[in-house]
Structure formats: C-alpha cells, structure tokens
Design a protein around this ligand. Structure first.
Ligand SMILES: NC(=O)c1ccc[n+]([C@@H]2O[C@H](COP(=O)([O-])OP(=O)(O)OC[C@H]3O[C@@H](n4cnc5c(N)ncnc54)[C@H](OP(=O)(O)O)[C@@H]3O)[C@@H](O)[C@H]2O)c1
Length: 308
C-alpha cells in the first residue's frame, strides 16, 4: 500500500511517500481502506518528538489518528462491522507507529463508529479527534447550558468550530474569537465573532457586559490568559491547549459512545465539519504546512488517497 511515514523526528521535511507494508489484522480489529484522513496539530507535535516522554516510538512511523473509510476485512472476533461498512475512527494508539496517513489502517473495533450519512468523506474524517475533544470539553467538562454565555477562543479552528456549535446547540449564547478573515465564518456557526489578540477583553465585554460564565480555550498560545478578565466571577475555565490555576485541561480520548453522539448530531444538522482544504496523501508535507500557516480558511485540513 502507499502511505506516508517518517524515520526520524522533525518537521514536514521528514515525511516520505512510498510503499509500506500492509497492516496486520488482529482478532478484534478491522482493516479500513482510507477515503480521507484529517491532519491534526498532534501529528505535527508527535512528529517533532514532543511526545517522547509519554509514549514509545517505533520507526518508521505512519502519522495520523483520524480516518474515514470503508471496512475491507474484519478480525475473527468482530461481529459489529462487516466488509463494505462506511466508518469513522479516532485511532489513537499508545505506541507511535501505525497511523492513518496511509491507504489502509488497522483499527481496533472500540475505536470505530459508522460514518454520518450526510457527510462527505472529508467532512467525516475531520469529525473524530476534534469532535471528541470538543464534546468532552463543552458537554462533559463545562456542562454548558442555556444559562451560559460562553467565550470560545479559536472558534474558527478544527476543535473550536465544533466546540462553538456544541455550545450553541446547548442553548448558550456564544462569543467566538478568530482572526479577521474568519469573523464571518464564526457568525455562520451561530456565535458572535470577536478578534483575538490585544484588546479582546473589551471586545468580549461589549457583547457580555457582566462577563462570560465559561471560557473554552481551543487556541492555546496564551489566549486564555489574555481573555481571562472577560470572565464573570465563578466562571468555569477549560482549555485543550494550556493550563493554569482554575483551568481544567481536557484531552481527546477514544470513546465510541461520544463518537456515536457526534455522528447523530451531524445527521440531525446540529453539527457540521468544515473542510478548509483537501490535499493528496502524497502531499501530506504541504498539508501539514497549511495547517501550521492556517492560510486555507477555517476548519480541518484533510488528506485523500490517489484515485484508484
Ligand atoms: N487536548 C487535546 O486533546 C487536543 C486535541 C486537539 C487539539 N489540541 C490543541 O488545541 C489547539 C487547537 O487545535 P485545532 O486542531 O483546533 O487547531 P487549528 O484548527 O489550527 O485552530 C487553531 C485556532 O486557534 C486560533 N488562533 C491561532 N493563533 C491564535 C492566537 N495567537 N491567539 C488566539 N487564537 C489563535 C485560530 O484562529 P484563525 O484560524 O482564525 O487564525 C484557530 O481558530 C492546538 O494547540 C492543538 O494542539 C488539543
């Protein structure tokens, strides 16, 4: 099979496109033919060696944890899926070795759910990691309700766009920060847009004079510290990218119950995945650079295999 791999830590220059051994099929896994795979900042961080203190790395590494595709083969113990099923997966593994930037991936059955019927392959591939993170943060951690005014930092990003929509669907009033070119997008997903950067507190206070009751930081880079003074007394603070006193930090976790809920929300029209750009699998290095530069608009950067 064709795929992307790296054999040393580094930036996008370490990525190589070529022939790779096909993944093996264990009893409780399925082999999925990848139709689309999302690029995530975690791929780039792990590739740079930033996960070394937390997880083993077995070179060569196929990066990537997000996938939409078609089940090709099922393990001897799998009754839940069959060849031909259209699925999505957050394939997170504890050892960095076999990911989703490849034509085939072996996925443990507890990482899979069916693909939303109304989503394209690219939209579906962008759902698992970002959606699971946003759901854990907005629904399970902040427990956002219609009594809240929520500030989402990074509302135009892969996770932030979903966090915004989940908060809107929960009935909250949502203020979302983004760069100038992405303000209209933030409006389109149901939030009141504000520019990030210096002066954000005043801009948020224009929309919420008494302060916001919750802040969901999906941006990192100190954005939460800059916006903190826009919080009302007792506001709940959550981040996926920064820590600090009183801040609950949330990490993506594989969870098929939540993945199923996300698929239902997409099918109900309450959540949509925005695709910023699609790149050929062979051009994964360009795709990673695009994610870093964020020049392609809001939402997710996606890889697609060469047409058969
Ligand atoms: N804890 C976890 O499990 C987990 C899971 C996923 C991601 N993350 C982390 O969360 C962050 C976002 O991930 P993502 O996939 O959503 O990334 P992304 O798609 O690149 O989105 C980044 C967001 O941050 C905004 N932003 C960029 N620079 C900013 C600045 N200086 N101040 C304020 N906002 C800024 C961007 O706005 P514009 O595009 O409008 O400039 C965009 O909305 C990354 O740090 C990632 O590593 C953590």
């Amino acid at each position: 099979m064709k795929g992307i791999s790296y054999s040393r830590f580094g930036g996008s220059e370490v990525l190589e496109y070529g022939d790779l051994p096909e993944p093996k099929l264990s009893q409780n896994a399925v082999i999925v033919r990848m139709k689309a795979a999302a690029i995530n900042p975690a791929d780039i961080a792990l590739q740079a060696g930033l996960g070394e203190s937390m997880m083993e790395t077995w070179f060569p590494v196929v990066p990537g944890w997000d996938l939409a595709g078609i089940v090709e083969r099922v393990g001897a113990g799998v009754t839940e899926f069959q060849p031909g099923d259209e699925v999505v997966a957050y394939t997170h593994q504890e050892i960095l070795h076999s990911g989703t930037y490849a034509e085939l991936a072996s996925v443990p059955v507890e990482r899979l759910w069916r693909k939303p019927r109304n989503a394209s392959w690219s939209e579906a591939a962008g759902l698992p990691l970002a959606g699971l993170t946003a759901y854990r943060a907005v629904i399970d951690t902040l427990r956002v309700s219609d009594a809240d005014t929520v500030l989402v930092l990074g509302a135009s990003g892969g996770v932030g766009s979903m966090a915004t929509q989940l908060a809107v669907a929960s009935g909250a009033t949502v203020i979302g920060s983004a760069s100038g070119p992405h303000q209209a997008y933030v409006t389109s997903i149901g939030a009141e847009p504000v520019l990030y950067g210096d002066g954000i507190v005043e801009r948020v206070r224009n929309h919420a004079p008494n302060g916001v009751t919750a802040i969901m930081d999906c941006a990192g880079h100190g954005a939460l510290a800059k916006a903190m003074a826009a919080a009302a007394p007792g506001a709940r603070l959550c981040s996926i990218a920064d820590g600090g006193p009183g801040v609950t930090t949330v990490f993506a976790r594989p969870d098929t119950k939540i993945l199923a809920r996300l698929v239902d929300l997409v099918e109900a029209g309450s959540l949509r995945v925005t695709v910023a750009a699609s790149f050929a699998l062979a051009d994964a290095a360009d795709a990673q650079e695009a994610l870093k530069a964020r020049t392609y608009g809001p939402g997710k950067i996606i890889l697609v295999p060469a047409a058969a």
